[in-house]
Ligand binder design. Structure first.
Ligand code: AHR
Length: 803
């Protein structure tokens, strides 16, 4: 399976004689299938991260609809118009007051109190603008009550970003008690950045709550944004892991995820601060996740809090509630309609059970606290619901999974560089087959991949060939995270990127899709012979930086290996051409010097859009004050993905190359006020640094990254009889490969679906969503051994027809 030999000499020959001698070989034994491929192998992990839910797949268009998010009307813009003196403020409920101020309901205790004195407007832009589509229906629903004589109608207007009226209607009839009002709006024009305005006039007091605006059209009429739900369906997931991730765990006791707070009427679901940096309405709750799984044809996999948050754990003698919550979750999903929780499910509209089979006990939990708490849930669930497949966490550095209660399935997570994933394509080959099955619940290339480029996708595809080969053991796998609102990226990269109206998938999206669409039923032993390959040179922006230090820079020059000047800056035009980054940064230029005066962390000045891979940077730098020295940045792809030479780092004690780790650290100390001569040469992944003419570093940080170029796996597809061959070429060059299939009667027909692009750094975007996307072509072969050239940086799915 893993027989490997070096073809470097043959590769050189191949450049002259394409196809005469294969550079690589794939041998498939179709006569002796090794094992069935797990039918649940490819699924998705949906976490409420990156505003994937509110402002994303949950299509509520109003932000802070129930006014619970803060003590001020955040996300609402109130204006007293003309001569009026109207005011608005958040009003907490006060049932003891005389007269009482009643909440909308016991769980929704704040509302907006408008003291109306003349005309006013109240605007909400939703989540970076509302996507209002001409001709589509929208329903505005709000709760209102009025006192002190207010009884004028309110006007609701859907308005373009430029103020153009898209739709308008009136709401009237307010009394002392809370009452819901609905208004159907059909815009005559559209705008992806529209807003809602509620306007009124008169005198008195108006209370508003649960102001909700949703499109009438939702996916399968189950309340989700259609295009984003379809983007999930396009992945053909066989399971849906929800709702986190860290979102399940929370940072502290108050922010643990409790599914019971996410069901029932949406106006009784209290918003919760999400660990990823926003308030979550919980409008997409446990019921809606189960419904989504059903609509996707996927097995729901519910991840439940195990009495642990990142900072606090529940005392053991209070864990009964957590065990009971787990039992109740199963009853809610599967119980008969005459059970307490089954009845709640039926009341929400789904009398039939959802047939939940998988539950994960915690997320990335481990250590002694997990070993104590996990059995409390596991024992309770196994006693009441022995048919439920329980998943155990493995995440604890230096510790294996807990062995008590014999875990049935363990969850492993992987985030790393493309080369790590390639090297680990055989990660599971040697796993003990008598132990638990494996769920790879989260994995993604997160380093050296820009905002999610082809190279990252190729790394994942190589790893996934190993998951398929080991799918007797690895029964489920899901990429993470799934969705990101481009206006709120808390994690990079993310499979599906969207704004209010559009989405695009990373190249990784198409890898996931192709694996799922071409899963196959029986794994066929596949031997691969491949040459080695080096990772492509990085490239990226360059610049200077400081960390808790004020410093000056001058005589900045970048030259090519042949001496040609690529870039020079004497700062005579100020900071023109430079991008200045970092909270609190304080840059100025003076007499040919670039000065950074703030003593804050992570301050950078970058030269934009430079794609050089081989160059020399020279400059002078001096420290003015502060804790450290200065930095030269190179290979800057984004904030998470960059290299720098850190001179006087670690409190002015060390000098090293950084980027995905620290290389070649050496003691150092930078004197304040002294100009230093700095020189750095970059040749692909090879970097040299000189300080005052003295060579300090000579490192090759790609040296450890030599990997195999070719990865392959094969399977038979029961419905069609096809032999499916998945091939990854991680090298930069096309690879002429001999593909030999024994034990199958191939016809001459087939197809090849190829995912590749001009450069390994290519990415998709809203402007160019399909730049890196698969193309299918017919393939004609003769015999059972044939030659095929797999393009550099490619993932290919061959479907070979059999007789
Ligand atoms: O996928 C993003 C995060 O990564 C998840 O919330 C967490 O489980 C993991 O560490």
């Amino acid at each position: 399976m893993k027989s490997i030999f070096s073809f470097v000499a043959v590769l050189a020959l191949m450049r002259l004689t394409t196809y005469a001698v294969p550079s690589a070989k794939i041998a498939i034994d179709a006569g002796h299938p090794a094992h069935p491929i797990s039918p649940t192998l490819w699924g998705i992990f949906f976490e409420d991260i990156n505003m994937s839910t509110d402002g994303g797949i949950y299509p509520e268009l109003i932000r802070n609809r129930s006014f619970e998010d803060a003590d001020t009307p955040t996300d609402w813009k109130f204006t007293s118009v003309g001569d009026g003196h109207s005011e608005a403020a958040i009003s907490p409920a006060d049932v003891q007051a005389k007269p009482p101020v009643p909440p909308l309901n016991a769980f929704n205790r704040k509302s907006l109190r408008v003291k109306v004195d003349g005309a006013f407007t109240l605007q909400n832009q939703g989540y970076w603008g509302m996507n209002i589509v001409s001709g589509d229906g929208y329903t505005l629903k709000l709760a209102a009550r009025a006192t002190d004589g207010f009884n004028s109608p309110l006007t609701a207007t859907l308005m373009g970003a430029d103020g153009k009226v898209l739709a308008r209607g009136e709401i009237s009839g307010f009394g002392d008690d809370w009452k819901y009002h609905t208004l159907a709006l059909t815009p005559t024009a559209g705008d992806p950045k529209a807003k809602l305005e509620i306007s009124g006039a008169g005198k008195g007091v108006l209370f508003l709550d649960m102001v909700s605006l949703v499109p009438d059209k939702t996916w399968k009429n189950h309340g989700l944004r259609t295009d984003l739900a379809e983007s999930l369906a396009g992945l053909h997931p066989q399971f849906l892991r929800v709702p986190g991730g860290w979102w399940v765990v929370g940072d502290d006791f108050a922010h643990m995820n409790h599914w019971k707070n996410t069901i029932g009427d949406i106006d009784s679901r209290t918003p919760l601060w999400n660990i990823w940096g926003y308030n979550a309405t919980q409008g997409l709750g446990f019921y809606e996740y189960l419904q989504l799984a059903e609509d996707l044809g996927a097995e729901p996999l519910f991840c439940i809090n195990v009495g642990m948050s990142h900072k606090e754990n529940i005392p053991l003698d209070r864990m009964d509630q957590w065990a009971q919550d787990a039992l109740d979750a199963i009853e809610f999903a599967n119980g008969p309609t005459n059970s307490i929780w089954g009845a709640r499910r039926a009341a929400m509209g789904h009398p039939a059970p959802f047939n939940l089979k998988y539950m994960e006990v915690g997320n990335e939990n481990g250590g002694p606290a997990y070993r104590e708490r996990r059995p409390l849930l596991v024992n309770a669930i196994r006693a009441a619901y022995p048919e439920i497949h329980l998943i155990t966490d493995t995440y604890w550095v230096g510790e294996s999974y807990p062995k008590d209660q014999h875990p049935e399935i363990i969850d492993e997570h992987f985030y790393d560089s493309p080369e790590w994933f390639m090297r680990n394509a055989n990660h599971f080959d040697a796993y003990d087959r008598s132990g638990p099955k494996v769920f790879v619940g989260e994995y993604a290339v997160t380093r050296g991949c820009g905002l999610g480029n082809l190279r990252g996708a190729i790394g994942e595809a190589a790893f996934m060939t190993g998951l398929e080969r080991n799918s007797d053991l690895v029964i489920m796998a899901s990429y993470a995270p799934l969705l990101v609102n481009l206006n709120h990226r808390a994690w990079n990269p993310d499979l599906i990127n969207f704004d209010s109206a559009h989405w695009y998938g990373l190249p990784s999206y198409y890898v996931q899709k192709l694996f799922a669409e071409n899963r196959g039923d029986l794994y066929l032993p596949t031997e691969v012979q491949s040459p080695d390959t080096k990772p492509p040179a990085g490239g990226g922006k360059i610049g200077v930086g400081t960390w808790n230090t004020a410093a000056e820079f001058k005589d900045f020059l970048v030259t090519a290996p042949d001496g040609k000047v690529l870039f020079a800056s004497d700062f005579s035009h100020g900071t023109q051409g430079w991008k200045l980054l970092g909270d609190g940064a304080n840059w100025e230029t003076h007499n040919g010097v670039l000065r950074q005066k703030a003593e804050d962390e992570f301050i950078r000045a970058l030269v934009e859009d430079r794609k050089w891979t081989d160059y020399t940077i020279t400059l002078k730098a001096r420290k003015m004050s502060g804790a450290e020295g200065f930095m030269i940045l190179f290979n800057v792809v984004n904030d998470d993905d960059h290299n720098w030479w850190n001179i006087g780092g670690w409190g002015n004690t060390q000098d090293a190359i950084e980027g995905g780790g620290t290389l070649d650290g050496k003691p150092s100390h930078i004197e304040t006020g002294r100009w230093y001569d700095l020189k750095l040469t970059v040749a692909g992944k090879h970097v040299k640094c000189w300080l005052d003419g003295r060579l300090l570093h000579d490192v090759d940080f790609g040296g450890d990254n030599i990997v195999k170029a070719l990865y392959a796996t094969a399977a038979t597809d029961a419905p069609t009889g096809d032999v499916i061959v998945k091939v990854v070429n991680a090298g930069e060059q096309p690879l002429a490969t001999e593909v030999a299939v024994t034990g199958a009667r191939l016809t001459s027909n087939g197809t090849a679906t190829v995912l590749t692009s001009e450069k390994s750094t290519d990415e998709n975007s809203l402007a160019n969503p399909m730049k890196v996307s698969p193309k299918t072509e017919p393939v004609t072969i003769s015999g059972t051994t044939f030659m095929r050239s797999f393009p550099g940086n490619s993932f290919t799915v061959l479907r070979l027809q059999t007789r």
